[in-house]
Design a protein around this ligand. Structure first.
Ligand SMILES: O=c1ccn([C@@H]2O[C@H](COP(=O)(O)O)[C@@H](O)[C@H]2O)c(=O)[nH]1
Length: 271
């Protein structure tokens, strides 16, 4: 999907919500455990109940890899279900990959070709030649970790090297890479106070913003400092939506939580 198509969908739905599909078999309703594929059954129910309220889904691959071959098959079924039934929805493989060039190409093939995701999250630590292989794929985005939502972000990302914070160096340097127009960036909602500075470096790029909901980030603050003329934000919530109820009403409860966020977004977009 192109950035323009994503923006069109955001404006149509008055939503820039991304729902995280982080499926933990210890947290899903017990009755689903009797299904052949409980992970996919859970995802399908969540997608069916919430697709009109969001513009993106983000399975974090850790939650699938943890269940071995069955988990990977559930991930494959989930992306195929989305692409076949909701081609208008943007998909993110939250895999946080990145390696030497030929290995990154294989990661990119895995997520863009075998599993037809629109985007994948990538760690910038190994630099240009580890990221450019992802950027070579047509109509796909690479979402680079810039300033993450966790406490550990302060261990390296905000430290200064030669007078400039590492996350700012990631933003600035990555702009010079080949096909950099296909980059988006991860900035945690818990770091909203950094967004004004971040927007001076990358005014036009889309940001994937996790950390609203279970991690306590504020949607209002993120929008105040992070929104641009193309909206430029995908706000992710995973646990806060998908585990709203552990009973048979889980999909409806997820839809209610998603609707609360969508309504807040609508108010922001239409004022
Ligand atoms: O900086 C980051 C980068 C990625 N994540 C991921 O986003 C979701 C957040 O889940 P919640 O349940 O809404 O807290 C999860 O997959 C993280 O691995 C992040 O939180 N922060």
């Amino acid at each position: 999907m192109t950035t323009n198509q994503l923006v069109t969908e955001i404006r149509k739905k008055n939503s820039f919500l991304c729902i995280g599909l982080d499926v933990d078999l210890n947290k899903i309703p017990k009755h689903l455990l009797k299904e052949d594929d409980p992970i996919f059954a859970f995802n399908k129910a969540i997608i069916d109940a919430t697709n009109h309220l969001c513009v993106a889904y983000k399975p974090n691959t850790a939650f699938y890899e943890a269940y071995g071959i069955k988990g990977w098959q559930a991930l494959e079924k989930t992306i195929n279900y989305l692409n076949e039934n909701h081609p208008e929805i943007y998909t993110i493989a939250d895999a946080k990959r990145g390696d030497i060039g030929n290995t990154s190409t294989m990661y990119a093939k895995a997520f863009f070709e075998d599993l037809a995701f629109d985007s994948v999250t990538v760690a910038p630590y190994m630099g240009k030649d580890s990221v450019e292989p992802f950027l070579a794929f047509k109509n796909k985005h690479t979402i680079l970790l810039a300033l993450t939502s966790n406490q550990g972000a302060f261990d390296f990302q905000t430290k200064e090297i030669e007078g400039k914070e590492v996350y700012k160096q990631v933003l600035e340097t990555s702009k010079s890479w080949k096909n950099s127009e296909k980059l988006m960036y991860v900035v945690g909602a818990t770091k909203a106070e950094y967004l004004a500075d971040i927007r001076t470096i990358i005014p036009d790029s889309f940001l994937l913003v996790p950390g609203v909901g279970a991690q306590g980030g504020s949607l209002q603050d993120v929008c105040k400092f992070g929104m641009n003329s193309q909206i430029g934000l995908l706000i992710n919530s995973s646990r806060g939506i998908i585990y709203a109820s552990s009973n048979e009403d889980f999909a409806q409860a997820a839809a209610s939580k998603a609707e609360e966020l969508q309504k807040e977004m609508q108010t922001i977009l239409t004022k």
